[in-house]
Design a protein around this ligand. Sequence first.
Ligand SMILES: *[C@@H]1O[C@H](CO)[C@@H](O)[C@H](O)[C@H]1NC(C)=O
Ligand SMILES: *[C@@H]1O[C@H](CO)[C@@H](O)[C@H](O)[C@H]1NC(C)=O
Ligand SMILES: *[C@@H]1O[C@H](CO)[C@@H](O)[C@H](O)[C@H]1NC(C)=O
Ligand SMILES: *[C@@H]1O[C@H](CO)[C@@H](O)[C@H](O)[C@H]1NC(C)=O
Ligand SMILES: *[C@@H]1O[C@H](CO)[C@@H](O)[C@H](O)[C@H]1NC(C)=O
Ligand SMILES: *[C@@H]1O[C@H](CO)[C@@H](O)[C@H](O)[C@H]1NC(C)=O
Ligand SMILES: *[C@@H]1O[C@H](CO)[C@@H](O)[C@H](O)[C@H]1NC(C)=O
Ligand SMILES: *[C@@H]1O[C@H](CO)[C@@H](O)[C@H](O)[C@H]1NC(C)=O
Ligand SMILES: *[C@@H]1O[C@H](CO)[C@@H](O)[C@H](O)[C@H]1NC(C)=O
Length: 459
Amino acid sequence: MWPNLLMYLLFLALPLKSWGYQVLHLADFHLDVQYSINGDNKHMCHDDGTERNTTLGEYGDYMCDAPKPLIQLAIDESARIFPNPDLIIWTGDNVAHIDGYGWEIVLDAVNQTTSLLFSRFPNQTILPTFGNHDYAPSNGFESESSLYTKTWELWKGKLGDENKATFLKGGYYKYRLRNATAVVLNTNLYYNANKAYVNFTNKVDPADQFAFLEKELSNAEKCPNRISENCTSIVHIVAHIGPGVFEKTPNFTWFRDEYNERFLDLTVRYANSIGWMIFGHHHTDTFHLIKDSKENNVQLALMAPAVTPWFSDLPGAGANNPTFRVYETDAYSKIQDISTYFINLDDLNKNKSTPFVFEYSFKDAYGITGDINPTTMSALLDKMKNNDTLFKKYIDYNTAFWNPQMPLGVYRGAQLCSMEYSDYPRYYSCLSKYTKSATRSLNIPLFSLFAIIYTELFL
Ligand SMILES: *[C@@H]1O[C@H](CO)[C@@H](O)[C@H](O)[C@H]1NC(C)=O
Ligand SMILES: *[C@@H]1O[C@H](CO)[C@@H](O)[C@H](O)[C@H]1NC(C)=O
Ligand SMILES: *[C@@H]1O[C@H](CO)[C@@H](O)[C@H](O)[C@H]1NC(C)=O
Ligand SMILES: *[C@@H]1O[C@H](CO)[C@@H](O)[C@H](O)[C@H]1NC(C)=O
Ligand SMILES: *[C@@H]1O[C@H](CO)[C@@H](O)[C@H](O)[C@H]1NC(C)=O
Ligand SMILES: *[C@@H]1O[C@H](CO)[C@@H](O)[C@H](O)[C@H]1NC(C)=O
Ligand SMILES: *[C@@H]1O[C@H](CO)[C@@H](O)[C@H](O)[C@H]1NC(C)=O
Ligand SMILES: *[C@@H]1O[C@H](CO)[C@@H](O)[C@H](O)[C@H]1NC(C)=O
Ligand SMILES: *[C@@H]1O[C@H](CO)[C@@H](O)[C@H](O)[C@H]1NC(C)=O
């Protein structure tokens, strides 16, 4: 009896999973330096000088983007809980959802978040990338931008000289990890809201990024051993925007059709050489399966929830609680578990000692045996379709418990079909099965209209 109890106590005292390779992921800070507790939460919580008899929370408001104290806290708390991650992935969108700003705002936001993160994790490998808002005006990404030269100065110490050429060309690069290679892409180039598209000199392959990705994947496929001096057999893909469709708003796509198809074709063709596919941008917690033409699930794209709580007024969307997460991996190709941490923003504003707390483990919450991979996640999705208790769990985590509502009709379809199909044709066909059985009256053509109007404002 006693030895068992001792063993048990010893087990409890062990630091959280000291084995393996921990990857900390921070997504979508959206720092708003104009956030004010005297602000108007119907107008981004900016102070317009109006006398008000209530004040907003010091750490933010569900209607608005993150003030600095919230971002500082998220970074401090991630360092408290994970003082020594093997790798930090930071998938961009540092600038708030505001209009009419110039480069000073972008560079100041990126510099501030860089300083916070780099000073808290001085010795860690940190892989940064841009979000679609890290541009002035937002969604104007092109090749050879002054953004790349300016941020290179901030990030070159972490990224290394060998990445300078591709970074200055298109804001993308690769990084050799312990025994795999991370390819960090600037997928804002593929965003259908990117206004610079009209000026792309190479519309087929903006900034030659597809060629770069394909070369890395083909090198991996040819790499003679799993790990060699000049290559690795596994490439991880990291970016802000991932392929596929927004899960909360029916028919709301990100990449231009032709870029989504090209991206997916590459991930299908080289599926065996790809390890993790990790993205942000949605602000919500979800995933996309990638299928080949025979409906085999060959890849899995994971979308991490955000730090900013910002309310999106896209149909079916909304706000979220602030989060960050850690992937437990084998340092090679497998994701063994994903632990997400969150903070209830209302509680934090009432009591500034409120900590970020463990939200859930993918494996435990969803009862997954084995790794987090296309097969196990496809099995999970199949269960969700017929088990509302399980689906409700996913819906709770989708916004980190911010106002979780079971989606109905076409909104339910949007959730399930976005997880099932990353390619648009099969997504549309999947969604069409839900529109007819909608249990809530919906004006379908209006959606498409909303989608067009909001594209520029959104996420
Ligand atoms: C705050 O101001 C509004 C509008 O001026 C008023 O209706 C409300 O009663 C005031 N609330 C308090 C607590 O004073
Ligand atoms: C970036 O931030 C650091 C630390 O706050 C500051 O010292 C530096 O002047 C800033 N640089 C730019 C280019 O804004
Ligand atoms: C980072 O590394 C330097 C040099 O190895 C060391 O002096 C410093 O204490 C380390 N900082 C942290 C926070 O681990
Ligand atoms: C396209 O390039 C022209 C010429 O440099 C520039 O004036 C225009 O603003 C650019 N358009 C976009 C949407 O970036
Ligand atoms: C790496 O080296 C191996 C063995 O020398 C060679 O076969 C392979 O083509 C090289 N790969 C790259 C990407 O240079
Ligand atoms: C979604 O888009 C497809 C293709 O454009 C269209 O056929 C379908 O009616 C749309 N569905 C909804 C719910 O808007
Ligand atoms: C990756 O690296 C770690 C530590 O260096 C090692 O233990 C592990 O076996 C490696 N994985 C593969 C697949 O080579
Ligand atoms: C504030 O939160 C801390 C940490 O959870 C707790 O110890 C403390 O009692 C709370 N204070 C109040 C006034 O509720
Ligand atoms: C549905 O999912 C819940 C939560 O994971 C689980 O406890 C329950 O056993 C499942 N029900 C069925 C019929 O599989």
